[in-house]
Design a protein around this ligand. Structure first.
Ligand code: PLP
Length: 439
């Protein structure tokens, strides 16, 4: 066999070669079809091969693909920043464009720290996150992530940022029950701030709905209102990591809209360009920018490809596509249908402990005993077995943390928002067959 050169995620694993994608399907070079029920990595929200996006890409490439941000600006980047602000709650955001979700959360962190520096509060430079969280793979983003598996190898290089408990009601880390708990998980943030001292903390970061580290974990009612109140009381900025939840995925343009809370900063990625080109952003509210505008007038961050017109044009076309095809509404409606179908399936299969999520960000958690929510031993690799079996059948689903850090084995089901009811029926029947075979 010819030697390989491309470093793939697992070096001794066979990866089929995809030839093309159309709608919710991908096709490999052997003619096998895959129903993309994970939108890749919860990314391809408008489906594969959308002609409007390809046209927009070509149109921009015919003008100019790249201008350097310290020399020029471009119409697509300016328009995109305004469009995102118009869409976001409060409509008063600035946008800093980057290329990945990790860069977006890390930029948000840096802007938050700079905000306090420009106000002369130099000690406010720590960020609190939650256990069972994932904010990215670069060192700053990983420092803010509770994802044990992804951190493990780099622990000595990571900042030892504090973490608080996640709002994971199915397996409450505090062994309490909602609503009697009175949102003790949110109070954990208050306790941590008092312990560390608000004078040392710049921001709190959280995914509105926990993605890869837990599997579409939706917090209980009132959680974010309380979190925001705690942050404001202690003068701590609230960063919503909307990399997975943002841009229509949950049946709202931004995940935080479900909780009626406006974050001070947001990180976007994935669905922003729906996988057609790398694009991500940190959105920063006016009041966070204010001391920077009055002070140094420059954010100390940025990448060569930041705000490149090619990716900005693609993102604008994706937002137009979402609007034209009413995909926010589609995510809500198709999400309700898929959730109901998955719950019907769970009634038949004892090993499905929980089915949860909002819009088309859904998950299924597996248990060895439903009555006491007993998890499978991590060594059994239940999540991987489900994912692999589904893959063999031509169904793509996304892994959640899988039995570490207090999380159970879970898969995320997050197909493109363009999926039809017939395709959902096919998805559910393939998934049911898979789960029955593995369990
Ligand atoms: N934040 C969240 C919530 C994510 O789900 C991810 C990726 O899965 C990231 C950040 C990192 O994004 P990227 O992989 O584009 O760097």
């Amino acid at each position: 066999m010819e030697r390989e050169h491309l470093i793939k995620p697992v070096l001794d694993h066979y990866y089929p070669t995809i030839e093309y994608g159309k709608g919710v399907f991908l096709y490999d070079d052997q003619g096998k079809a895959y129903l993309d029920a994970s939108s890749g990595a919860v990314t391809v929200s408008i489906g594969h091969g959308a002609q409007e996006i390809i046209d927009a890409m070509l149109e921009q490439a015919n003008k100019v693909s790249f201008v350097y941000r310290s020399q020029f600006t471009s119409e697509p980047a300016e328009k995109l920043a305004k469009k995102l602000s118009d869409l976001a709650p409060g409509h008063d955001y600035w946008a800093f464009f980057v290329n990945s979700g990790s860069e977006a959360t890390e930029t948000a962190m840096k802007v938050a720290i700079q905000h306090w520096q420009e106000k002369g509060r130099l000690g406010k430079n720590r960020v609190i996150s939650r256990r069972m969280s994932y904010h990215g793979i670069t060192m700053g983003a990983l420092s803010m992530s509770g994802h044990v598996l992804r951190r493990r190898r780099f622990i000595p290089l990571l900042e030892d940022f504090p973490v608080v408990v996640p709002p994971y009601c199915y397996r409450c880390p505090l062994n309490k029950t909602y609503p009697e708990c009175k949102l003790a998980c949110a109070d954990d943030l208050d306790t941590a701030i008092k312990r560390i001292g608000a004078e040392h903390i710049a921001a709190f970061i959280a995914e509105p709905i926990i993605g890869a580290a837990g599997g579409a974990v939706v917090p209980p009612e009132g959680y974010y209102k309380k979190i925001k109140e705690i942050c404001e009381r202690h003068e701590i900025l609230f960063i919503a990591d909307e990399v997975m939840t943002g841009i229509a995925r949950t049946g709202a343009m931004f995940g935080m809209e479900h909780f009626d809370v406006e974050p001070d900063l947001m990180a976007l990625g994935k669905g922003m360009s729906a996988g057609y080109t790398p694009m991500a952003a940190a959105l920063v509210k006016d009041h966070v920018m204010e001391p920077i505008l009055q002070g140094s007038k420059s954010i100390m961050s940025g990448h060569t490809y930041s705000a490149n017109p090619q990716s900005a044009a693609v993102s604008l076309a994706v937002l137009d596509y979402i609007d034209k095809h009413q995909l926010v509404l589609a995510a809500e409606e198709k999400g309700s249908y898929l959730l109901a179908r998955l719950r019907q399936m769970a009634e038949q299969i004892e090993m499905i402990g929980d089915v949860r999520g909002i819009g088309l960000l859904l998950a299924m958690e597996f248990v060895s005993d439903r009555s006491n929510k007993l998890t499978f031993p991590p060594g059994l690799g239940v999540t991987s077995r489900v994912i692999e079996r589904a893959f063999q059948k031509g169904l793509l689903v996304y892994p959640a943390a899988g039995g570490v850090d207090g999380a159970g084995d879970a898969i995320i089901v997050a197909p493109p928002l363009t999926i039809t009811e017939e395709e959902i029926d096919l998805l559910v029947s393939m998934l049911e067959e898979t789960v029955r075979e593995v369990m």
